[in-house]
Design a protein around this ligand. Structure first.
Ligand code: F3S
Length: 64
């Protein structure tokens, strides 16, 4: 599963990093989320899906 954050949509709500702290880093500069890696580690797919569903800006993008 591939994971990305749309930098144009992300507004730094940080909910993604709350539900999936091992999948996202938050920029110290602007608070925007950046995935730790382009691929979701095996077994962490559910966390990634929670992050996708919970982002109010729909900025988390998953691709199977
Ligand atoms: Fe950005 Fe959404 Fe996370 S706005 S910081 S991707 S919850």
């Amino acid at each position: 599963m591939r994971i990305a954050v749309d930098a144009q949509r992300c507004q730094g709500h940080a909910l993604c990093a709350v539900v999936a702290p091992d999948l996202f880093d938050l920029s110290e500069e602007d608070g925007h989320a950046v995935p730790w890696a382009a691929a979701v580690p095996a077994g962490r797919e559910a966390e990634a899906e929670h992050a996708e569903a919970g982002c109010p800006e729909r900025a988390v993008e998953l691709e199977s």
